[in-house]
Design a protein around this ligand. Structure first.
Ligand code: MLT
Length: 235
């Protein structure tokens, strides 16, 4: 488990990476695929998001600084994919967010990439169990800074894997595990003081916070990187 300031120190070539941006990009991508989006093109810039939308005729979603970016179909709220009046099933999506999609694009040297969130913790844990090598949790953070919620997810994943692996062999995983052990009894209360939760609350996106902390509500959804896109992984 490592955070954005450490990412440049890691050589991801040949590694397995789980990209995590609990609030909200990775949770939103899991929700999108869970609600029937066929595949997702995560892109770093707003210009690419527009270009992919035109080129592939897909839905566009974009966020900057926690707010929906102007000129796109959707922002970065998972609720955008749950709107019965505008169903997303069968559509493709391109998405650009401040940190999450940028973290994914910076991790493309990895041999295998999946997207993790509390919503699909079980699917990520199953995937990790099948690997014959280390699994790195890439925490997107916020503009290069550590985010508590992403690291707590790393701890939750380690806890799920503790019967299968020696998850205490790395200090980073051990620290994440300790944070999870402190927060797990009441995750919303534990994360309430975190910087991005305060940011979302001030943007009146607190319902997203509660949604993104639901554990295993999309337990079978595993977004997997294939070629140039995220698709639903096979169980
Ligand atoms: C990001 O990628 O920075 C985000 O997911 C921020 C957000 O939309 O809350």
């Amino acid at each position: 488990c490592f955070s954005p300031e450490l990412l440049p120190l890691y050589d991801l070539r040949g590694q397995v990476a789980v990209i995590v941006d609990i609030l909200r990009a990775s949770s939103t991508i899991v929700t999108a695929l869970g609600e029937g989006v066929t595949h997702v093109f995560p892109v770093a810039s707003l210009e690419e998001c527009t270009a992919y939308g035109q080129q592939h005729g897909c839905l566009t979603a974009a966020e900057r600084d926690g707010l929906p970016a102007a000129g796109f179909d959707l922002g970065n709220s998972p609720f955008g994919f749950l709107d019965k009046a505008n169903p997303v099933r069968g559509r493709a999506l391109t998405i650009s967010t401040t940190n999450g999609t940028a973290a994914l694009r910076r991790s493309l040297a990895a041999a295998e990439i999946v997207v993790g969130s509390f919503l699909n913790l079980a699917a990520v844990a199953d995937f990790a169990r099948q690997q014959q090598r280390d699994v790195l949790v890439v925490c997107a953070g916020w503009k290069g800074h550590f985010c508590l919620e992403d690291t707590v997810f790393g701890g939750a994943l380690a806890a799920r894997l503790s019967a299968d692996f020696d998850v205490r062999s790395s200090d980073a995983t051990l620290a994440a595990l300790h944070l999870w052990e402190q927060g797990q009894a009441d995750l919303p209360a534990y994360l309430l003081q975190s910087a991005h939760v305060r940011r979302l609350n001030s943007l009146e996106a607190s319902q997203d916070f509660d949604f993104c902390l639901q554990i295993d509500s999309y337990a079978d959804v595993l977004p997997v990187w294939r070629d140039d896109r995220l698709v639903m992984g096979l169980k």
